[in-house]
Design a protein around this ligand. Structure first.
Ligand code: ATP
Length: 232
């Protein structure tokens, strides 16, 4: 089943075509990776999907409903959660309270849901620590816990492995495999090992347009993708 579809999605900044007529389909239950060179429009594209920036033209449908003009908080309520490159944790609050804020937004049982989300990402034993004192890798995991606490149907992760050590990347990969049992995942990622390991399908953006979309094997073998991005 298609969970999310975009048709003709467009966002220009002055003369710069950051996202230009993108058609995109996300199947329920998949890990879908969005890749492409720096400046290709990946962050702008997912910002349009979650309502952080307004669409200029085109349509976004989520679970069959037109969400193109809905404000971001309404999209969260419908099940779209996201974590962005810039770390979003509140440094002076405890790990527990950061996640509790997200649970509160959704209106679930505060203590139980908060602890469950922390357990999923492996941070249960750090609940009382101030978030700002966590390592960078653990702060990234905390952001994911904040997303999961919303019980999303779609979790969008923007460069989640950036700045992580190899061991932390392995933890992250295991986490995504577990998350995808009940949540669709859209992943912006530059680390091709992570992409090829996790993604069921990949969409390649280049200069704001879809260069190609397909399975990891098809993308790897595509000469245009190799030329634009994979350096083959
Ligand atoms: N608010 C903005 N105002 C003007 N230009 C912008 C704005 N946001 C993004 N851009 C430009 O739009 C283009 C696409 O940027 P975007 O961040 O979406 O690319 P990206 O594929 O996510 O890149 P990266 O991999 O480096 O994160 C870039 O040229 C960027 O400079």
């Amino acid at each position: 089943m298609t969970l999310l579809e975009a048709r003709g999605l467009t966002r220009h900044f002055g003369g710069l075509k950051a996202v230009d007529g993108v058609d995109f389909d996300l199947a329920e239950g998949e890990v879908h990776a969005l890749i492409g060179p720096n400046g290709a429009g990946k962050t702008t594209f997912v910002s349009l999907l979650c309502g952080r920036i307004p669409v200029q033209s085109g349509v976004i449908r989520f679970d069959g409903a037109d969400i193109t003009r809905l404000p971001a908080h309404s999209r969260v309520r419908r099940g779209i959660a996201y974590t962005f490159q810039i770390t979003q944790v509140f440094a002076n609050l405890t790990v527990f309270d950061n996640v509790a804020l997200a649970v509160q937004r959704r209106g679930g049982p505060l203590d139980g849901d908060t602890r469950a989300a922390l357990a999923r990402v492996g941070l249960a034993d750090r609940a009382d620590q101030r978030a700002g004192t966590l390592s960078y890798g653990h702060q990234r995991l905390l952001e994911i816990a904040m997303g999961l606490a919303l019980h999303p149907r779609l979790l969008i992760l923007d460069e989640p492995t950036q700045g992580l050590a190899n061991a932390e990347i392995d933890t992250f990969k295991a986490l995504v495999r577990q998350i995808v049992s009940d949540t669709t995942v859209l992943l912006i990622e530059h680390n091709m090992d992570v992409v090829m390991d996790l993604a069921h399908r990949i969409t390649v953006l280049n200069f704001g347009e879809v260069l190609s979309s397909g399975t990891p094997d098809a993308i790897r073998a595509n000469p245009a993708v190799q030329a634009a991005y994979l350096g083959g």
